[in-house]
Unconditional design. Structure first.
Lengths: 234, 234
């Protein structure tokens, strides 16, 4: 994947989107922060630029403009905003785009606890996303379980990223993107329907964070070395 | 917890039950293997004795007799056998007993895939167990995510055990039992309702094992040291 292929982080002004954008900007990727308001997107892009350094390539745009400017899209919005945003963006998302969904249907979306999930008719937030975009968009699910606070720091993360998709190409790109985050090992988790299990883990980790006061992540142990894809230390 | 307090592993002739029994027998616990047939229980107990050594205290009994002889019960049956067994054992389980449920509602129970789960009305297999026993029985959920094959070996496990229970005493006992397994770190996962997330992880790990040919486990990272309980190396 060439570093010049821009990644649009939609709804990217929140902590998870900013953190992912920061890590990818540091890794040399070209980043577009998308937001409902172009001005807010630009402000977030400037903040990330300050942290990532002047060589980082990062800009901010309204979400639809970001979709027009990129075909590699990462969705980092709270569940309550996911469906509305995707319905609105559907005409703007280019055919053949890859949409990486990091949404988790936390019960917080309807005023409940972030340590519980809602049942999603389609099976998972990622499958809801797949239903809401055109069939020519390839959907992957990933990045549910990375601590936003740790992403926004400088240390390597102690967490694996499991990637689920029904499209082999989208899986490969998403695995490569995950492996660009220092400390992350990317693991192919199979079909998009498996995203529902990844989303449950987020709620579990949030509960552990509340109970034990930490920034929990997960590591998958016991797989052969070739199952893990990690950044080559430079 | 005194080592002489016997642990009855109900439905303990399967790989998961045998593996847990082996590890606890090696750690000095007194073990009773429970099975529908006393003879089968005795055979399994002998097999474990051979692996654990002559100093190990282990016997085999029919499940009801095992319940009469112990108030620390570990349930390791496939989901399709859980409800029937608990209804049958309800009169035999002593008031005040701790029942540790390791059941996962895999779709394999109804001829589906072991990498998918069934929806359980009560929320999880563990909550179904709690509904099926008397109110005086304290239910905990744990040990869903330990590889049976690795448990039956000799190496330390590379896996954490998250314990969920509504009873603080049952949680503490279960955490202590988990920490007796070499390599395992035990983590308090809060209320019994959280077991549904642990059960999802089992299906995820089974899917990863099928895809990548391994014996997957999980580690929880990012919690403060006091959140982890592990065996003191002797």
């Amino acid at each position: 994947m060439p570093d010049s292929r821009p990644i649009a982080v939609l709804g990217g002004t929140g902590p998870a989107g900013m953190g992912l954008a920061l890590r990818w900007a540091r890794a040399g990727q070209t980043i577009i922060i998308g937001s409902r308001e172009a001005q807010r997107a630009k402000q977030s892009a400037e903040k990330i630029q300050q942290k990532a350094g002047s060589q980082a390539r990062i800009s901010g745009m309204e979400n639809s403009a970001a979709c027009a400017a990129a075909d590699l899209l990462v969705l980092t919005v709270p569940f309550e905003g996911q469906a509305t945003l995707l319905k609105q963006l559907k005409p703007a998302i280019r055919s053949g785009s890859i949409l990486i969904d990091a949404t988790v249907a936390l019960a917080a979306a309807v005023g409940g606890r972030a340590s519980r999930t809602l049942g999603v008719w389609q099976g998972s937030s990622a499958q809801q996303a797949a239903e809401l975009v055109s069939k020519e968009v390839k959907v992957a699910a990933a990045f549910h379980n990375l601590s936003a606070e740790l992403l926004n720091g400088s240390d390597a993360l102690d967490c694996d990223v499991i990637v689920c998709s029904d499209d082999a190409g989208a899986s490969q790109i998403t695995l490569a993107l995950a492996a660009k985050i220092p400390g992350v090992r990317a693991i192919d988790g199979g079909k998009l329907e498996n995203a529902r299990m990844l989303e449950q883990i987020t709620a579990l980790l949030i509960g552990l964070n509340i109970r034990h006061k930490g920034h929990a992540g997960i590591r998958i142990t016991g797989l052969p070395p070739e199952a893990y894809r990690a950044a080559v230390e430079s």
